[in-house]
Design a protein around this ligand. Structure first.
Ligand code: ATP
Length: 336
């Protein structure tokens, strides 16, 4: 192996730079050259690349985003796009390909494998933490910290003003950011995809819960964490629906893309570094179509296809603990 190509693809995640840095430094130790193609798969089609040396990456691990940019590329998804990307990789004499991204990016890697025969390794980089085969994905921990910080601040004003807040967090179709931030901040309620799937909440049920929490507590602050895509019209609509029914101001707060930025936490920098080095080792071992991961704190590898076909399960223990702490309806009933 003389030359590796690398991209960052899909939604950016804090810690992608740390992984990129680790790949470059580890590769350099083996005399392997690294070429970063910019803007994800799009860069493979436009031949937009930079050669990455130690000096380019040495001091980037404390920054979010990605120095080689990320993007989504529709063109790459076609047969023609896959073929073109493969031709370009061959033209640059690339021996192995590493992609840092989420499940979409890994599907892209499978697509590329139909046209290009070199080894392909995935590094899980997404704030959603929704990939099977790794305990955490790079960026998830920082996103939870950011959501937690925002929720703490919202609690201050909710308490002072006796308000109900609905805070919408990211996570695509997974409730990892939702449950972790709700638990870390003592949110009274969370609306998670994993719960909505079986038993979707109704406005009636939420009103009942808010009223009984307030009765038991004797104050009116109430913070709800809503995962994106889990309520028609999102937090804005839900706040309107609740305000219509409650005699209280209800405010929506959409955390949005702030969850993708900020200084990567130590956990994400360390995870990015471990996985970057691990990916280079996997390349050297001749592995292909696998994702580098960390499972039970040990380095692991998982077939790329499993990372999205198998579903990582959100811990029921966590869900139960968090829900059990705010079950005042039961308590109310016992009292009367
Ligand atoms: P995140 O979930 O954090 O946003 P992601 O990697 O899942 O990250 P996507 O936008 O789903 O982000 O995918 C990134 C890119 O991967 C797409 O723009 C496309 O170029 C490629 N890709 C996704 N799905 C496929 C597919 N089925 N076939 C080929 N390429 C794909």
């Amino acid at each position: 192996i003389n030359r590796i190509a690398i991209i960052t693809s899909g939604g950016d995640a804090p810690g992608m730079n740390a992984a990129l840095r680790a790949v470059v430094l580890a590769a350099e130790n083996y005399g392997i050259e690294v070429m970063g193609f910019r803007h994800g798969y799009e860069g493979l089609l436009t031949n937009d690349f930079v050669k990455l040396d130690r000096e380019d990456v040495e001091h980037i691990l404390q920054y979010s985003g990605t120095i080689i940019k990320s993007a989504r590329s529709e063109r790459f998804k076609s047969e023609e796009g896959g073929r073109e990307a493969a031709t370009n990789l061959d033209a640059h004499q690339i021996d192995a390909f590493i992609v840092i991204g989420g499940d979409g990016s890994f599907r892209g890697a499978e697509h590329l494998a139909n046209f290009w025969k070199g080894p392909i390794i995935g590094i899980p980089g997404t704030i959603d933490n929704d990939l099977f085969g790794t305990d955490n994905t790079i960026g998830y921990d920082t996103a939870v910290e950011t959501a937690m910080d925002a929720l703490d601040k919202i609690r201050d004003t909710a308490e002072a003003m006796d308000r109900v807040f609905i805070v919408e967090v990211m996570g695509r179709n997974a409730g990892y950011i939702g449950i972790s931030s709700a638990m870390a901040c003592g949110a009274e309620r969370m609306i998670l995809p994993e719960l909505q799937k079986d038993k979707p909440l109704t406005v009636d049920a939420l009103v009942k819960h808010i009223e009984s929490v307030q009765r038991v507590r004797g104050d009116s602050s109430y913070v709800m964490v809503l995962c994106e895509n889990q309520w028609p019209g999102g937090a804005v609509r839900l706040a309107e629906q609740l305000e219509d029914r409650l005699n209280l101001p209800c405010r929506p707060c959409l955390l949005g893309h702030v969850q993708r930025g900020g200084r990567p936490t130590a956990m994400d920098r360390i995870l990015g570094t471990r996985l970057g080095v691990h990916a280079v080792e996997l390349v050297r071992q001749g592995k292909t179509a696998v994702m580098a991961g960390v499972t039970a704190n040990e380095l692991s590898e998982t077939p790329l296809i499993d990372t999205w076909t198998k579903r990582k399960k959100l811990s029921e223990e966590l869900i139960n603990i968090q829900q059990s702490l705010f079950n005042p309806i039961k308590k109310d009933r016992n009292k009367s």
